[in-house]
Design a protein around this ligand. Structure first.
Ligand SMILES: NC(=O)c1ccc[n+]([C@@H]2O[C@H](COP(=O)([O-])OP(=O)(O)OC[C@H]3O[C@@H](n4cnc5c(N)ncnc54)[C@H](OP(=O)(O)O)[C@@H]3O)[C@@H](O)[C@H]2O)c1
Length: 375
């Protein structure tokens, strides 16, 4: 009996040690008050994204939940307004699987939101589920959609600089390999899906790296963040229902809670002084060295060019003449031309008007084609 108790104590002790040292995430810290700043978090109706949005709202930011389901997005906005006691949490529709939806979101956002200080690409899928597309859905949702969205919102990020882009990647990027001859081929079966997930997460790391290079000197910085192994719906939603009673308690025991998973993306969005590390990969609120394939600038550039094509973008011009103005204080709008945020494009309530802007420069110009979506 004593041996049994001793054994149980040892197992419990080892579990607590492992959990607190390896699984539970350190809190992110960073800027305390975000009053007057605006953040967009994609896929924020559940999991890591919802906890990320909650913390931003608690710190006083205006938070736009960019989600594909109006029902789930509105419900999350309602929850977050209550939990954060911040009324400025709104839903706006964004389906990253559709380039037309990404463009519609960007148009609505730029029309109704005068500021953009933090853009967090959190939404992601690990499987195509029952959807059958003629393109690589995992790459589309996890990389091409966010790539296009970043470009469309860049003018506003630049005029609101210093501002940040965070791409939620994964340690799974280490197993990724980009085959440019079949980048956009549809994926079929769970083995191809697992590979395509890793590839898309490698694309996230390379995108952050190349974006940082392209944005040097603009005041916009970007980071790839690994949230750690998190107890969310990401993989569970594709597991047969009969396995859930077994997997859910196990996941609860050995994986990080979504709040813990939100810490590294939040760190990248909020930590002061990490600007010189723009383009780097973070895990557990620390910068980490990545494998050679994830820091190969030639591959990053090639991916950039391929992504431009797949996203229907052309370099050299920009169809969004965001005013070359920058606010003196975070409460001021970055775009004087932006209509008053009383024009409802999303969920209520909207805040009152904000104050006058100041000068800045916009350097990178990209034109959006109005052609049909590439397949
Ligand atoms: N969980 C982990 O262990 C882990 C580890 C490493 C990295 N990550 C990354 O963390 C991020 C968040 O994942 P999570 O674990 O919090 O999973 P999750 O709970 O499944 O959240 C994913 C979110 O993305 C949204 N989404 C899916 N497809 C979308 C689309 N086409 N357009 C817009 N939004 C879409 C989902 O919306 P719906 O609710 O409508 O489906 C959901 O809100 C992902 O990028 C994932 O790759 C997770």
């Amino acid at each position: 009996m004593e041996a049994l108790l001793l054994g149980a104590g040892l197992v419990l002790g080892a579990y607590v040690l492992i959990y607190y040292n390896l699984v539970k995430a350190p809190p992110c810290g960073g800027i305390g008050s975000l009053r007057g700043r605006t953040a967009v978090v994609t896929g924020s109706n559940s999991g890591i994204g919802k906890m990320t949005a909650l913390e931003l709202a608690r710190r006083g930011a205006r938070v736009v939940l960019a989600c594909r389901s109006r029902e789930r997005g509105e419900a999350a906005a309602f929850d977050l307004r209550q939990e954060s006691e911040n009324n400025e949490v709104i839903f706006m529709a964004l389906d990253l699987a559709s380039l037309a939806s990404v463009r519609a979101f960007a148009t609505a956002f730029l029309r109704s939101e005068p500021r953009l200080d933090i853009l967090i690409h959190n939404a992601g899928i690990s499987s195509c589920g029952r959807t059958r597309e003629t393109f690589n859905l995992l790459l589309r949702v996890n990389h091409i959609g966010p790539f296009l969205l970043t470009h469309l919102l860049l003018p506003r990020l630049k005029t609101c600089a210093p501002s940040r882009v965070v791409v939620v990647s994964s340690a799974a990027h280490q197993r990724g390999h980009l085959d440019f001859t079949r980048l956009d081929r549809p994926v079929v079966g769970w083995q191809q899906e697992l590979r395509a997930y890793a590839d898309s997460k490698l694309a996230n790391v390379l995108f952050a790296r190349e974006l940082a290079t392209q944005l040097e000197g603009t005041g916009v910085t970007c980071y790839a963040a690994h949230p750690g192994p998190v107890n969310s719906e990401l993989f569970l939603r594709h597991v047969p229902g009969w396995l859930h009673p077994l997997l859910r308690p196990l996941a609860w025991l050995v994986l990080r809670a979504p709040k813990g998973g939100a810490q590294t993306p939040l760190y990248c969005a909020l930590q002061e002084g990490i600007e010189p590390l723009s383009g780097r990969y973070f895990a557990n609120c620390h910068v980490e060295e990545v494998l050679p394939a994830a820091r190969d600038d030639r591959i990053a550039q090639r991916l950039w060019e391929a992504s431009m094509r797949l996203a229907g973008l052309r370099p050299g011009e920009n169809d969004e003449p965001d005013e070359e103005l920058q606010p003196e204080d975070p409460g001021a709008p970055c775009s004087p031309n932006t209509p008053h945020p009383e024009e409802p494009t999303a969920s209520e309530p909207f805040p009152g008007p904000r104050n006058s802007p100041d000068l800045s420069k916009v350097t990178h110009r990209i034109q959006v084609k109005t052609e049909p979506e590439p397949q």
